[in-house]
Ligand binder design. Structure first.
Ligand code: NAP
Length: 554
C-alpha cells in the first residue's frame, strides 16, 4: 500500500483537493509547503518511494551537483539555510538526498505525499472546471489545480541499440541507478555516453573496475570541479551574507549563481591577459568558467578562445596524444551543450585500465551477450553503464495523459514542440501549471533558484484567484504565441542552437528541434513574471466562479 500519512479535511477525504502536485522533488516539496501555508488542501503524488526527485534516481558512482552546495539549497527558510551543514563545496548525491529528507521531516511534508504512485492521467472537466487525476493505484481524485513538478531530467532514456536486451551481464542506467550498492570490483565495465553523468562516473568506476571501456560519440567540454571539504569559515561566510547572495542570484545573475559578473568580452583582452583569466577560472574550477567574459555565448570568435583553452588543457592532461585528440571537443561551441564539471575525468584516461573508443568514427553495431561490437571489433565487458541521458524537459510531462479543453491532449498540442506562456501554463489547459517548464530558464540556471521563483509565483497566483473569486486561469493564445516567438528569438541570438543538445531535443530521435529553455536570464525572467502578475496576470484569462459555470453551461 503506498505510504500516506495524511490528515486531510473533509473534501480531501472525499478525494477532492485544491491542488494535486505531481512529483516530490525539490519543486514538489516546496510547492506543497507554500500551498499548505496558504491553507490550500494538497495531495502530492510521487512515483519513487521517497522524496528527492532527480537526486532520488541518479545514484550513480560519482554523482554530485555541479552547482556549489551553499547555493544549491532552498532559501525560503532562513532557519533551514542557517542550520544545515554542507560538507563539501559540491554536495554528493547521498548528501543532497539526506537534505531533501531533512526538509521533508522538518516541515512535516510526508503526510500529504503519496509515494510509489504515478499519475497516469489528468483530464479537465469543462463543466465542473476541475481536473480529474487518475493514479497508478487505480484511484481518481479531483482538484482545482494540477501542478507538474515532474522535473526536467527525470525521464531516463534507454538507447535504442541493437542487441541490448540480449546482453548477459548487468545493465545500469545512470538516471535509474539501483538502491543497493553496485560493486564493479574485478569486472570489465563499459560506459556508453560522455555527458555530465558519464564524465562524473568514469573516474570513480575506473578506480574500482578491472577494466573500463568508455564509448564516446561526442566529446564534451569539462571543467575541473576542484571539490574540497567546506570549512566552518567558508560556511559562515555564506551564512552571514546569505541575504545578499540570494538576492543577487535571483535578481542579477543570469544563471541564478552568485559570482562575479563579467565586464568585458573575450576579444577585449590580449592573448596573455585572456589566458591568465582563463587560468584563474580553471584553477578556481566549476561552472563560473563560462562567465569569465560576457560574450562567450554570443560570439563564435570569442567562444573559440575559451574552447581552445580547454582543448589545450586536455592535451596537457592526457598523456596519449591520440586519446587526447579524441577527447577534445570540436563539434560545438563551448557551453552550448551543458558544460560538464568533473573530478579527474581527463586524467582517468592515463590509467592503464581505461580505454576510450571513438564510436563517432566507428559506431556501435550491436551489443552481443558478452560485450559491445563497434568498428568490427568486440569489446568484452561484464557490465554496461548507460550514461545516455534523458528525454529532457518534456519527457516526464509527456508520460502523463493530460487532456485539456475540447478533449485535446497536451501531447497532441506539443507534437511540434512545447508551447507555453512564460513556461508556466499552456493555452487550452486551464489551472495546469508547470514548474520550470519549457519556455522558462529552468535547466540554464541553478534549478533551486528557478524552482523557488516558479513556486512562489504559482502560490501567489492561487491565493489571488481565491481572493478574487476566480475559478479558472488560462494562458491566452496570443500571449503564448508571442512568448514562444520571444524564447526562440533570444535563443537564436546566441550560439546555443548550433549544438545538437538535449536543450534542443536533439538527443531524442524524432523529437522536434526547438530550443526549450528561456535563455534571457533568471533576473530578467523574474522581472517579466512579476510585471505580468502586477498587471493582474496580463496574458492570462481568469474566470470568476459564476461566469465560468454559465459559460460552460451555455
Ligand atoms: P547527456 O548530457 O544527454 O549525455 C548523454 C551521452 O550519451 C552523450 O554523450 C550522448 O552522445 C550519449 N548517447 C546517447 N545515446 C547514445 C547512443 N545511442 N549511443 C551512443 N551514445 C549515446 O546526459 P547526462 O550525462 O545524463 O546529462 C544530462 C544533464 O543532466 C546534464 O547536461 C546536466 O544538466 C544534468 N546532470 C547534472 C549533473 C550535475 O549536477 N553534476 C550530473 C549529471 C547530469 P551525443 O552527445 O553524441 O548524443
Amino acid at each position: 500500500m503506498p505510504a500516506l500519512q495524511s490528515n486531510p479535511g473533509d473534501n480531501a477525504r472525499a478525494g477532492s483537493f485544491d491542488a494535486v502536485v505531481v512529483g516530490a522533488g525539490f519543486a514538489g516539496m516546496y510547492m506543497l509547503y507554500r500551498l499548505r501555508g496558504l491553507g490550500f488542501s494538497v495531495r502530492v503524488y510521487e512515483h519513487g518511494d521517497d522524496v528527492g526527485g532527480t537526486w532520488y534516481w541518479n545514484r550513480y558512482p560519482g554523482a554530485r551537483c555541479d552547482v556549489e552546495s551553499m547555493q544549491y539549497s532552498y532559501s525560503f527558510s532562513d532557519e533551514l539555510q542557517q542550520e544545515w551543514d554542507w560538507s563539501e563545496r559540491y554536495a554528493p548525491q547521498p548528501e543532497i538526498l539526506k537534505y531533501a529528507n531533512h526538509v521533508a521531516d522538518r516541515f512535516d511534508l510526508r503526510r500529504d505525499i503519496q509515494f510509489s504512485t504515478r499519475v497516469e492521467s489528468a483530464v479537465f472537466d469543462e463543466r465542473a472546471n476541475r481536473w480529474s487525476v487518475t493514479t497508478s493505484d487505480g484511484h481518481t481524485v479531483t482538484a482545482q489545480f494540477v501542478i507538474l513538478a515532474t522535473g526536467c531530467l527525470s525521464n531516463a532514456r534507454m538507447p535504442d541499440i541493437k542487441g541490448l536486451s540480449g546482453f548477459k551481464g548487468k545493465v545500469y542506467h545512470t538516471g535509474h541507478w539501483p538502491h543497493e550498492p553496485v560493486d564493479f570490483t574485478g569486472q570489465r565495465v563499459g560506459v556508453i555516453g560522455t555527458g555530465s553523468s558519464g564524465i562524473q562516473s568514469v573516474p570513480v568506476i575506473a578506480e574500482q573496475a578491472d577494466h573500463l571501456t568508455v564509448f564516446q560519440r561526442t566529446a564534451n567540454f569539462s571543467i575541473p570541479a576542484r571539490n574540497l571539504p567546506l570549512t566552518d569559515e567558508e560556511r559562515q561566510a555564506f551564512r552571514q551574507n546569505y541575504r545578499e547572495i540570494r538576492r543577487f542570484a535571483r535578481e542579477e545573475a543570469r544563471n541564478g549563481i552568485y559570482t562575479d559578473m563579467p565586464d568585458r568580452g573575450a576579444l577585449d583582452d590580449g592573448g596573455n591577459e585572456r589566458r591568465e583569466r582563463y587560468e584563474a577560472r580553471w584553477s578556481r574550477g566549476g561552472l563560473t568558467f563560462m562567465s569569465v567574459y560576457n560574450n562567450l555565448a554570443l560570439d563564435k570568435a570569442a567562444n573559440d578562445t575559451a574552447a581552445d583553452f580547454v582543448r589545450q588543457k586536455i592535451a596537457e592532461i592526457v598523456e596519449d596524444p591520440e586519446t587526447a585528440r579524441l577527447l577534445q571537443p570540436t563539434s560545438h561551441p563551448i557551453g552550448t551543450k551543458r558544460i560538464c564539471i568533473d573530478s579527474d575525468y581527463y586524467a582517468a584516461f592515463n590509467r592503464p585500465n581505461v580505454t576510450l573508443v571513438d564510436i563517432k568514427a566507428n559506431p556501435i553495431e550491436e551489443i552481443v551477450p558478452t560485450g559491445v561490437r563497434a568498428g568490427d571489433k568486440l569489446y568484452e565487458v561484464d557490465a554496461l553503464v548507460l550514461a545516455t541521458g534523458f528525454d529532457a524537459m518534456t519527457g516526464s510531462v509527456a508520460k502523463i495523459d493530460i487532456t485539456g479543453r475540447q478533449a485535446r491532449t497536451l501531447n497532441q498540442k506539443w507534437a511540434e514542440g512545447p508551447r507555453t506562456y512564460l513556461g508556466l501554463m499552456s493555452n487550452g489547459f486551464p489551472n495546469l501549471f508547470l514548474i520550470t517548464g519549457p519556455g522558462s530558464p529552468s535547466v540554464l540556471s541553478n534549478m533551486i533558484v528557478s524552482i523557488e521563483q516558479h513556486v512562489d509565483w504559482i502560490a501567489h497566483c492561487a491565493a489571488y484567484m481565491r481572493e478574487h473569486g476566480c475559478e479558472t486561469m488560462e494562458a491566452n493564445r496570443d500571449a503564448e504565441d508571442t512568448w514562444v516567438a520571444h524564447v526562440n528569438d533570444v535563443a537564436h541570438g546566441t550560439l546555443y542552437p548550433q549544438a545538437n543538445s538535449w536543450y534542443m531535443g536533439a538527443n531524442i530521435p524524432g523529437k522536434p528541434r526547438i530550443f526549450m529553455p528561456y535563455i534571457g536570464g533568471v533576473g530578467q525572467y523574474r522581472q517579466i513574471c512579476n510585471d505580468v502578475a502586477a498587471k493582474g496576470y496580463e496574458g492570462f484569462t481568469m474566470t470568476a466562479a459564476e461566469r465560468s459555470k454559465k459559460a460552460a453551461v451555455s
